[in-house]
Design a binder for this molecule. Structure first.
Ligand code: PXG
Length: 294
């Protein structure tokens, strides 16, 4: 049976799930999205993703035509309709079809699209060996131009950096901000460990405030580890004992080299390994009990 896609409140076979070529999501990258994981048939940290989606939409003056509880119910509906056990939900809101031109008044009917499918992940072996990363020359979008906190359909900034990483044979690319500080990788947040303390750039370093990032901060603090949100430069990564990345697709993935410098002894460190294990345990539990409201 064909995959069913939720579009504007209806489930349709994926071949019939379509948007207009006049949609401003396509024409201008005008829209927002979320990428969410499904573990054991349950949508992981759904409430956090839904909250961020509405915040992104608010920031670009896009009114999502359904309310958050309804949207959450639709996400669950499409996961069930596809009998998805472990998989991926892509929630996309576009500005909708309209006339040519940037004016948002030239559009009507934002499109609400929910795809539940499988996703290609890093091979299991990468979690044992760790990722090699290079710094991209493409800096992260300046927050004064387009805030990286908005998860918008405009991913060219990250794609251009990702190309640099791929060309260099690296698994990810590190992006700096306009101040030369560490921001994040193209689709993951970054953390370093030194002398038992975990550090990660603050949101005002110009990053996406990752749902996985926030979950890992909480897990680390629950384990009694100090976590500081503080500006970092590349030197902090070069001299770190351990480094890891977090993201919906990557979960917690060790990073063992930056720009040809080995981090620590060049293998995934103990704090990284413990956090990956406790993160996976959290996915099996389906999240924290106090986040069960959707
Ligand atoms: N930074 C950036 C720029 C991202 O795009 C993250 C950090 C990690 O955030 P989360 O909330 O996932 O912990 C991301 C996440 C996709 C896809 O389909 C992209 C992401 C996540 C899931 C799927 O390309 N990016």
């Amino acid at each position: 049976m064909s995959i069913q896609v939720h579009i504007n409140g209806s489930l349709v076979p994926k071949e019939q799930a379509m948007v207009s070529v006049y949609d401003h999501g396509l024409l201008y990258g005008d829209g927002v999205f979320e990428g969410i994981r499904v573990y054991g048939g349950k949508v992981f940290l759904l409430e956090e993703h839904i909250d961020r989606l509405y915040e992104s939409a608010r920031a670009i003056r896009l009114e999502i035509p359904v309310d958050a509880p309804k949207l959450a119910a639709q996400v669950k509906e499409v996961v069930e309709a596809n009998g998805l056990d472990d998989g991926y939900v892509r929630l996309v809101i576009t500005r909708g079809a309209g006339y040519l031109g940037l004016d948002i008044r030239k559009t009507s009917h934002p499109q609400v699209i929910i795809i539940a499918d499988t996703i290609t992940l890093y091979p299991a072996e990468t979690y044992e060996t760790g990722l090699l990363v290079v710094t991209a020359s493409t800096i992260r979008n300046h927050p004064g131009a387009l805030s990286p906190r908005i998860k918008s359909l405009n991913y060219l900034n990250n794609i251009l950096a990702k190309i640099e990483g791929t060309d260099a044979g690296a698994g990810e690319a590190l992006m700096l901000n306009a101040r030369g500080e560490v921001a994040e990788c193209t689709g993951d947040n970054i953390f370093v460990v030194r002398n038992g303390i975990i550090r990660t750039p603050p949101t005002d370093a110009g990053i996406l405030e990752g749902v996985t990032r926030n979950a890992v901060i909480r897990l680390a603090r629950e384990a009694g580890i100090t976590v500081e949100e503080t500006p970092l430069v590349r030197h902090d990564i070069y001299i770190a004992d351990e480094c890891f990345l977090t993201g919906t697709a990557a979960e917690v993935i060790p990073m063992v080299s930056l720009d040809g410098r080995l981090i620590g002894d060049g293998t995934p460190g103990p704090i990284t390994r413990d956090l990956l294990a406790s993160f996976r345990e959290l996915t099996r539990r389906g999240g924290w009990e106090d986040a069960e409201s959707t």
